[in-house]
Ligand binder design. Structure first.
Ligand SMILES: Cc1cc2nc3c(=O)[nH]c(=O)nc-3n(C[C@H](O)[C@H](O)[C@H](O)COP(=O)(O)O)c2cc1C
Length: 344
């Protein structure tokens, strides 16, 4: 296959220079310290933390915000995403955000969750351009220039109110260093298709801006096709990376060399184990038992052996149970791969 090297390229966001343009998207409940480190290890060039509430920071909910916003040891570029529909809350929380020493601060203009939208935040900001302008302008003015400011938004509230070009113009005028479009409407939630035509139109309209794509980037081939069709500068991978963090390296190989080594589902379980251990180390046992199983359910796919362990892993209630299941599974994989592949 023909290499498409021109799509994998260095990316500059404000003063932040990255070797490549493949980014782990922010995902609430997923992109914690452990998953970000795993994604970066497996070829991501940048990893966004999940969204944090300015109101929670303002109220001083230290434990919760620390959990979401702290970097992992050695995290080179911490990217924090905030959400709020209220300029005063953004103003009052900004010094706390900056105290984490992020490289980039992103504003969430896409979250479709009703509770978030009710407070005017997330995709509700698409309908409140004046408030949005005030928030982004404040962010750019109050955040030191060596920290980039970015914005991530949807194509509109619904199909009748597509306003992504207006939002992009506003964000760029406010001084955002990169804008990310997830070309689904708020009404679509996460269903239906992301419309890459809107990404193409966005890049045509603002050719000088740094534009990142999000939406339906679930395989290296889809990411290549999206670059080919839209000409945007970067790709943000979300659901396609859950249980499959090597998607970053695979995509890079496809774009640079024209082919890639397909995922070996059994080898993937070593990555799952590494992810589990990092989660225990960084986030503790209680958090890990609650949060890791949704990741493990996605890692453990592709063979009958994994299907068998998947059922057991999601039912596990204690660290000891998960440890024991991993020991059994990894020893079966390492000792007897042919038998493991066919076990029911
Ligand atoms: C579980 C989950 C949590 C998400 N949390 C966030 C978030 O905190 N901030 C944000 O901007 N987008 C969030 N998103 C949206 C993703 O970043 C991405 O834009 C979207 O999933 C589209 O990409 P995909 O179709 O490749 O999954 C979330 C998506 C999922 C599935």
């Amino acid at each position: 296959m023909k290499p498409t090297t021109q799509y994998y390229k260095p990316l500059q966001i404000g003063t932040i220079k990255l070797e490549g343009n493949l980014i782990l998207a922010p995902m609430a409940g997923y992109t914690d310290r452990a998953f970000r480190q795993i994604a970066m290890d497996k070829g991501a060039n940048l990893a966004y933390a999940e969204m944090s509430s300015c109101e929670a920071l303002w109220r001083g909910e230290k434990e919760k915000t620390q959990q979401i916003m702290a970097p992992y040891p050695g995290e080179k570029h911490l990217v924090l995403q905030i959400f709020s529909g209220n300029l005063e809350a953004v103003q009052s929380s900004m010094e706390h955000v900056i105290a984490f020493k992020p490289s980039i601060v992103d504003l969430n203009i896409g979250c479709p969750v009703q509770k978030v939208n009710k407070s005017g935040a997330g995709s509700a900001l698409l309908q409140r351009p004046q408030e949005l302008k005030a928030i982004l302008s404040f962010m750019r003015q109050s955040i030191p220039k060596n920290i980039a400011v970015t914005a991530k938004f949807r194509s509109g509230w619904n199909q009748e109110s597509l306003n992504y070009l207006e939002i992009a113009e506003l964000a760029l005028a406010a001084g955002c260093n990169m804008i990310t479009l997830h070309p689904r409407t708020r009404a679509q939630g996460y269903s239906g298709e992301a419309n890459w035509e809107y990404l193409k139109k966005l890049k045509e309209t603002f050719p000088e801006a740094v534009i990142c794509a999000s939406g339906d980037l679930h395989s290296p081939e889809q990411i290549r096709d999206m670059f080919e069709q839209t000409n945007v500068d970067a790709a943000m991978i979300a659901r396609g990376s859950i249980g499959h963090p090597t998607i970053f390296q695979e995509t890079r190989d496809l774009l640079e060399h024209g082919s890639y080594k397909a995922l070996d589902p059994h080898q993937n379980m070593y990555i799952a184990y590494q992810h589990y251990l990092l989660s225990l180390e960084y986030l503790g046992e209680r958090y890990t038992i609650n949060e890791i199983k949704k990741h493990l359910a996605q890692y453990a796919r592709g063979t009958a052996l994994l299907a068998h362990y998947r059922k057991l892993l999601v039912l596990a209630q204690t660290k000891l149970e998960i440890d024991t299941l991993f020991q059994e599974l990894l020893s079966e994989i390492s000792e007897n791969i042919p038998r493991a592949c066919t076990k029911d």
